[in-house]
Design a binder for this molecule. Structure first.
Ligand SMILES: *[C@@H]1O[C@H](CO)[C@@H](O)[C@H](O)[C@H]1NC(C)=O
Ligand SMILES: *[C@@H]1O[C@H](CO)[C@@H](O)[C@H](O)[C@H]1NC(C)=O
Ligand SMILES: *[C@@H]1O[C@H](CO)[C@@H](O)[C@H](O)[C@H]1NC(C)=O
Ligand SMILES: *[C@@H]1O[C@H](CO)[C@@H](O)[C@H](O)[C@H]1NC(C)=O
Ligand SMILES: *[C@@H]1O[C@H](CO)[C@@H](O)[C@H](O)[C@H]1NC(C)=O
Ligand SMILES: *[C@@H]1O[C@H](CO)[C@@H](O)[C@H](O)[C@H]1NC(C)=O
Ligand SMILES: *[C@@H]1O[C@H](CO)[C@@H](O)[C@H](O)[C@H]1NC(C)=O
Length: 475
């Protein structure tokens, strides 16, 4: 009867209700008869300890050296997932470990320098609560942050960042995002799932470990000694992420949402989502084994490495959507920088183009609404269906002052031109070239505008990204 979680499967609503009824009962009993346990008196105010390690460094902005990664893998999946980590891990720069369930076999030795140092998780089977756990393997995953904390090499650590072995980070954006928060305070920064039902069944106040989440140092310092008690409190929980969010919630810490973190509880072609990414720096992607390669005509790893080329040149701008219009042809152009570009033969407001086209499918079917965001349905209406282009190349030009990305048509659209906007076909366009200033530190949520340069009859459209004019809505 127990759904196997981690990758949520939602079998039986009645059972869920029964379980949640039980846990509610548990809560009531718990709150009205607090057990006499030194750690579990939830009604007493929480004492905040300030760590010496972070106290002296508040003046420095947060940088990569302040982040300690706690990556969780297993020997079984390592062979397949190692390239995912190698795509973003920076040897001698990124700190942290990959925690596993058993020592590396001969096949994996010597342990390479290109991946995080190996660590064996502490044996959770010895815990008194272990036999009572509904899903024992999750105890190891849950306790990895404790294992990392206990390793002791925590000098100048401001954030512990948890993630899976198939999570991909955009490290510079991660730093930028975490630098917004005061690491000496208690922070739990992450993102809920794209799937409504996952959040409903677990918690809307829960971060997903596959998308990755960050805990400030002082929060981990406080949480670490309480983790095993938390397991005692919630032995019936099926996922480590639910355990973590519940323990943190009991400490009075709620989730701080960062919309660039992606669990990707989606299947198939996620290009619709990445082409209308929310206006936040992209921090992670996940679940690559369950989605199509990000780029056409490339495999999964090639696709990730291709996206990383753009990430290396201008990470804050990566997959940030810019929309502009070309009046002489009545075209709308949407660029997801470093990833894709779309041409519509119609003037469509930004508010519509910001909604992802539902090219993907849900991870698991549930009652509607399925997604945590609005979508547009794919269509063969020639006035609503885009011509689709994907990033082909990225390079710096003009003495590194400008960046040129090019986007190449994926396939012929095979539809008639949109008639009522003037019959201006974009069928002949084979490439879009986008010019932008070299890295600018974009303010989170900032909108950029663009201008379209197009000479009728040409097969290339040029786009220049620029600041918006005051009050600019539709060109
Ligand atoms: C933290 O600093 C205080 C005084 O500055 C010192 O007494 C204490 O031992 C330090 N604690 C650790 C864990 O270094
Ligand atoms: C990061 O900040 C520390 C101060 O905590 C500083 O010593 C170090 O040079 C900085 N590193 C980088 C890469 O900026
Ligand atoms: C990392 O540092 C070690 C020791 O300083 C050095 O031997 C090694 O070559 C470095 N690795 C990389 C990938 O830079
Ligand atoms: C659009 O047309 C193609 C080819 O006829 C068809 O395969 C596809 O299912 C259609 N898509 C939609 C959303 O109707
Ligand atoms: C653009 O489309 C509108 C209808 O939406 C039409 O009235 C206008 O003539 C079109 N402009 C051009 C240049 O085709
Ligand atoms: C619309 O454009 C297509 C070519 O793109 C052309 O074949 C067709 O005759 C045009 N229709 C009208 C009514 O102008
Ligand atoms: C791009 O750089 C030029 C020259 O430095 C500057 O004038 C312009 O404002 C910049 N544009 C944007 C959108 O940042």
């Amino acid at each position: 009867m127990k759904p196997k979680f981690r990758n949520p499967s939602f079998v039986n609503f009645g059972k869920f209700l029964a379980i949640s009824g039980l846990s509610l009962l548990f809560f009531y009993t718990f709150f009205y008869n607090p057990p006499c346990n030194k750690c579990c008196d939830l009604s007493s105010p929480v004492e905040i300890k300030w760590s010496n390690s972070s106290k002296n460094t508040v003046d420095y902005p947060t940088n990569i050296s302040h982040i300690k990664f706690v990556l969780i893998g297993s020997l079984k999946t390592w062979k397949q997932r190692r390239p995912y980590i190698e795509a973003w891990w920076r040897p001698n720069e990124t700190r942290g470990n990959i925690f596993m369930d058993s020592p590396p076999s001969k096949e994996f030795l010597p342990w390479p320098q290109t991946v995080p140092p190996f660590q064996l998780n502490e044996d959770a089977t010895k815990l008194p609560v272990y036999p009572k756990l509904a899903n024992p393997i999750e105890a190891r995953i849950f306790r990895s942050v404790l294992d990392s904390f206990r390793l002791g090499d925590n000098e100048d650590v401001r954030w512990f960042v948890m993630a899976d072995d198939d999570t991909i980070f955009f490290v510079d954006n991660l730093v930028q995002v975490l630098a917004k928060y005061d690491h000496t305070k208690r922070y739990y920064v992450g993102m809920y799932s794209e799937a409504v039902i996952s959040n409903f069944l677990f918690s809307f106040d829960m971060a997903y470990g596959g998308g990755g989440y960050a805990l400030s140092y002082s929060l981990v310092e406080e949480l670490a000694p309480l983790m095993d008690d938390c397991l005692e409190r919630y032995p019936f929980m099926h996922t480590s992420d639910h355990l973590s969010s519940s323990c943190l919630s009991d400490l009075g810490v709620g989730l701080t949402v960062e919309r660039g973190i992606h669990q990707i509880d989606l299947l198939g072609d996620i290009s619709g989502m990445l082409s209308s990414h929310p206006q936040s720096p992209i921090v992670t992607l996940h679940h690559f084994d369950n989605i199509d390669p990000l780029f056409p005509y490339k495999n999964r790893i090639e696709s990730i490495n291709h996206l990383m080329k753009a990430a290396e040149v201008d990470q804050p701008r990566l997959v940030q959507q810019t929309i502009c219009y070309h009046r002489p042809t009545n075209w709308s152009v949407s660029v997801s920088w470093g990833y894709s570009a779309h041409i519509y033969e119609n003037i469509i407001p930004r508010s519509v183009l910001r909604k992802p086209i539902e090219t993907f499918a849900p991870w698991k079917n549930g009652p509607p609404p399925v997604y945590m965001f609005n979508t547009r349905l794919p269509t063969n209406d020639s006035c609503q269906a885009p011509h689709v282009f994907f990033m082909e190349s990225v390079r710096k030009i003009k003495g590194n002052a400008l960046v040129l990305t090019t986007y190449r048509r994926k396939a012929p659209r095979r539809l008639r031109p949109c008639f009522y906007t003037g019959n201006h076909s974009a069928d002949r366009i084979s490439r879009i070239r986008v010019f932008s200033n070299a890295t600018v530190r974009m303010e989170p949520g900032s909108i950029k505008c663009c201008s379209v340069k197009y000479m009728g009859g040409m097969n290339v459209v040029n786009i220049k990204l620029r600041d918006c004019r005051k009050g600019e809505v539709i060109a």
